[in-house]
Design a protein around this ligand. Structure first.
Ligand code: GDP
Ligand code: IMO
Ligand code: MG
Length: 419
C-alpha cells in the first residue's frame, strides 16, 4: 500500500507543515485533501520560515508532484498571494502543482457571510479564521457551489454574478458593513493566476500514478478535534479533518491506505472558542505560549495552551486508525521542572470514559512527571534524548497503544528524530 496520511490529532497547529516537508523525500506525490486558507502550515529550512495556507507542504521539493484535492476550498485571492510570495517563479510552480477541477471556490461573498454569521453569534462565536470556509462548504453541500473547473467555462463571469447576487441578498439580513468590490478585484486577479495551472480530474491522476507504484502522502489540515462530525461541534471547522476525509477529499479507496501518521504536540493548544479541558489560564499556560511561540500562523491570534490530553488523543487515534504517532514541540517542555498529563476525565465527580458529544464540562485527572531541564534541540538520535523525556514518550505509548516513531525537537526540517 503506497498511500499514507499525515493528520493532526488535536485542535490544529500540531506541526503538520514541518513534518510533511521533512518526510516528502520519501514520496512522489503530496496532496492536500480538505480545508482551505484557514490552515497555516509552517516549515523551516536554511533559516527561512515559510507559511503555507492552500499549497501542499511538499512544494519546496522540486521533483515532487503537489496536488490540491477536490476536498479543499480555494480562495483565488489567497492562492495568488501565496504563489507570488513562495519563492520559486510562477512558471516553475505550474510544473510542481496540479489542482482538482472539483475543488470548490471560496467566493468574495463567502468571506463577507463568514464575518456576518460570526458577528451575529455574539458571545457564542466560533472564533472562525474568517476566510469564508463555513459559507463555502455550506454552498458546496447545498449544491450551490462554483468549482475550480468552472473557471474554464466561457460563461464563468455570468455564473459568478448569479452567486454574487444570491450572497448580497442574504447579506442584506445582517447589519455589518462590507466592501465586496475591494476584495473582488484581487479575487478576479486570482482567477487569472489559477488559470495558469493544470486543472484536471485529479482523482484519475492519483489513482493512475499510485496504481503504477508512485507513493502518495495525503496532508491533512486542522485537527481531529476540529472535525465537523467528531470534533467539539459547533466549535469546529466545516470539513472532515479525519483519515476518512483523505478518501473523499482525493478520490481514493480506504483499501489503499497504508500508514496513518497522527501528529500531536507534547502539550495542547487551541485557537478560537470551544471546550479545552486541560487549558491553563495561569502562568504555566502563559509560559507555554511564550516558549512555544504559540500565535496563530494564519491570524496571529494567541493560542490557548494546556497540558497533554490523553483521553482526546486516544479518541483521535480511534477515529483515524492511527498506526504511528509523531510528537512535536518536545523542546518547548524542556524549561519545565515538572510536566503534567491528563489521563482521564471526571464528570460530576464520576469517571467520564467518553468525550461528551454536547461539550459538557469535564475535569481533567492528571499524573505528574519529572521534566527534562536539558536543551534537546541539537539532539538527532533517539537514544541520546534525556531519560525523563524517554519516560514521557513511553508513558504516552503505554496509554495509547501506538508507537511514537518521530520526535520533533525544533521548527527546522533538520530538527527531527526518526526512531
Ligand atoms: P500546522 O498547522 O500543523 O502545520 O502547524 P503550525 O505551522 O500552524 O504551527 C506549528 C508551529 O510550531 C510553527 O511555528 C512551527 O514552525 C513550529 N514547530 C513545529 N515543530 C516544532 C518543534 O518540534 N519545536 C518547536 N519549538 N517548534 C516547532
Ligand atoms: P491548521 O491546518 C488551528 C479553527 C479556528 C476556529 C475553528 C473554525 O493550521 O492546523 P474556520 O475558519 O475553519 O471556520 O474556523 O477552527 N481553525 C484552526 N485552528 N489550526 C488550523 O489549521 C485551523 N483552521 C481552523 O480557529 O476555532
Ligand atoms: Mg497551523
Amino acid at each position: 500500500m503506497n498511500i499514507d496520511i499525515l493528520l493532526g490529532l488535536q485542535w490544529g497547529d500540531e506541526g503538520k507543515g514541518k513534518i510533511v516537508d521533512a518526510i516528502s523525500p520519501g514520496y512522489d506525490i503530496i496532496a492536500r485533501f480538505q480545508g482551505g486558507p484557514n490552515a497555516g502550515h509552517s516549515l523551516e529550512f536554511n533559516n527561512v520560515k515559510h507559511v503555507l495556507h492552500l499549497i501542499p507542504s511538499g512544494i519546496f521539493h522540486p521533483e515532487k508532484v503537489n496536488i490540491i484535492g477536490n476536498g479543499v476550498v480555494i480562495d483565488p485571492a489567497v492562492f495568488k498571494k501565496e504563489i507570488e510570495t513562495l519563492g520559486p517563479p510562477v512558471e516553475e510552480l505550474t510544473k510542481r502543482l496540479i489542482i482538482s477541477a472539483r475543488a470548490n471556490l471560496i467566493l468574495p461573498g463567502h468571506r463577507m457571510l463568514d464575518a456576518a454569521y460570526e458577528h451575529s453569534k455574539g458571545c457564542l462565536k466560533i472564533g472562525s479564521t474568517l476566510k469564508g470556509i463555513g459559507p463555502a462548504y455550506t454552498d458546496k453541500v447545498a449544491r450551490n457551489g462554483l468549482r475550480v473547473g468552472d473557471i474554464l467555462n466561457i460563461k464563468f463571469r455570468e455564473l459568478y454574478n448569479e452567486h454574487l447576487k444570491r450572497h448580497l441578498e442574504t447579506l442584506k439580513n445582517y447589519d455589518l458593513p462590507f466592501d465586496i468590490k475591494e476584495y473582488e478585484a484581487g479575487w478576479v486577479e486570482g482567477i487569472e493566476m489559477l488559470r495558469k495551472f493544470r486543472i484536471v480530474n485529479t482523482e484519475y491522476l492519483i489513482n493512475d500514478l499510485t496504481s503504477k507504484g508512485k507513493k502518495l502522502l495525503a496532508e491533512g489540515a486542522q485537527g481531529t478535534m476540529l472535525d465537523v462530525d467528531f470534533g467539539s461541534y459547533p466549535f469546529v471547522t466545516s470539513s472532515n479533518t479525519i483519515s476518512a476525509g483523505a478518501c473523499t477529499g482525493l478520490g481514493i479507496s480506504p483499501k489503499r491506505i497504508g500508514e496513518v501518521f497522527g501528529i500531536f504536540k507534547a502539550y495542547c493548544t487551541r485557537v478560537g472558542s470551544g471546550p479545552f479541558p486541560t487549558e491553563l489560564n495561569d502562568k504555566t499556560g502563559a509560559d507555554l505560549r511564550e516558549i512555544g511561540h504559540e500565535f496563530g500562523a494564519t491570524t496571529g491570534r494567541p493560542r490557548r495552551c494546556g497540558w497533554l490530553d490523553l483521553p482526546a488523543l486516544r479518541y483521535a487515534i480511534m477515529i483515524n486508525g492511527v498506526t504511528q504517532l509523531f510528537m512535536t514541540k518536545s523542546d518547548v517542555l524542556s524549561g519545565f521542572g515538572e510536566v503534567k498529563v491528563c489521563t482521564s476525565y471526571l464528570s460530576n465527580g464520576k469517571e467520564c470514559p467518553e468525550i461528551p458529544f454536547d461539550n459538557a464540562p469535564v475535569e481533567p485527572v492528571y499524573v505528574k512527571m519529572p521534566g527534562w531541564k536539558t536543551d534537546i534541540t541539537g539532539i538527532r538520535e533517539f537514544s541520546k534524548l534525556p531519560q525523563n523525556l524517554k519516560s514521557y514518550i513511553k508513558f504516552i505509548e503505554e496509554q495509547t497503544g501506538i508507537p511514537v516513531t518521530m520526535v520533533s525537537v525544533g521548527p527546522d526540517r533538520e530538527e527531527t528524530i526518526f526512531r
